[in-house]
Design a protein around this ligand. Structure first.
Ligand SMILES: C[S@@+](CC[C@H](N)C(=O)[O-])C[C@H]1O[C@@H](n2cnc3c(N)ncnc32)[C@H](O)[C@@H]1O
Length: 254
């Protein structure tokens, strides 16, 4: 790492769930002023050249299980470009602080005395369910929502706490561990009639939504074979979503 007095800046920018319309004004302003943009796989990227016309664009995208550029290398690149005096934007999908490792990148910058700023983004945890009219809270139905990562299976205590809390469960990175999660929730007392929704590739042309009940999870996963990226919502709020979902649930006998 160069041993120099930092003169550049780093702006950690949330790019939302992939729809250019869900970029904030702050995000677009930061991109317009950027010298360097390091962007992720799930960040909106099609119009980057237009949004950041002066910037060097660096793809550090990760695919699940495949870290194209290791996190330490991303931290190093961000710091290195800032130390040489550039306005660096680190563009991430959704919100940088929701399972985005944004905190680690900021810490790396602070270690080197680099001025940093955060532009929050629209998180997929709320926006992707909203894309099918699914509210994560609803009066007299759910007054809490818990956003969990499915990266690692939950412990028995965590499953127990979730079932006792009784609100909506939103799962990111959860396709791989969904069978364990469903079985665990049922084991800890969640009824088999509890509806869930799997929303794949939210805000993209090939977005797909699957709705059923927990008791049918294994069969439905076998039939539908959902793939990442997807947001999973488990809770009674699923019944509040659009009319289409109602008919799907009715077909599923929920
Ligand atoms: C590493 S996490 C980053 C989350 C991000 N920071 C946020 O706030 O949305 C990536 C996960 O977000 C979810 N995700 C992000 N964008 C999505 C989209 N457009 N459609 C469905 N899921 C999405 C998926 O669960 C994916 O595996």
């Amino acid at each position: 790492m160069p041993d120099a007095v930092p003169s550049g800046t780093v702006t950690l920018v949330g790019g939302g769930p992939g729809d250019p319309d869900l970029m904030t004004v702050g995000a677009l302003k930061a991109l317009a002023a950027a010298d360097v943009v390091l962007y992720d796989r799930l960040a909106p990227r099609e119009q980057l050249e237009e949004w950041a016309p002066r910037a060097l664009l660096i793809d550090v995208g990760k695919t699940p299980g495949h870290h194209a550029v290791p996190q330490e290398e991303i931290n190093r690149l961000v710091v290195e470009h800032a130390i040489t005096g550039r306005a660096v934007v680190r563009l991430k999908g959704g919100d940088p602080f929701v399972f985005g490792r944004g905190g680690e990148e900021l810490a790396a910058c602070r270690e080197h005395g680099i001025p940093t700023r955060v532009v929050p983004g629209v998180t997929s945890a709320i926006a992707v369910p909203a894309s099918v009219g699914l509210p994560v809270t609803h009066r007299e139905v759910s007054r809490a929502f818990t956003v969990i990562s499915g990266h690692v299976p939950l412990t028995a205590d965590e499953l127990d706490a979730l079932v006792k809390l009784g609100g909506t469960i939103v799962v990111l990175m959860g396709i791989g561990t969904l069978p364990q999660l469903g079985a665990g929730l049922l084991r800890h007392g969640m009824p088999g009639t509890m509806p869930f929704a799997i929303i794949e590739r939210g805000f993209h042309a090939d977005q797909r939504t699957t709705v059923a009940t927990l008791g049918e999870l294994v069969r439905v996963l076998g039939e539908v074979q959902p793939r990442s990226p997807a947001v999973v919502v488990i809770g009674e709020v699923v019944r509040q979503a659009s009319v289409d979902l109602h008919s799907l649930l009715a077909e599923a006998g929920a």
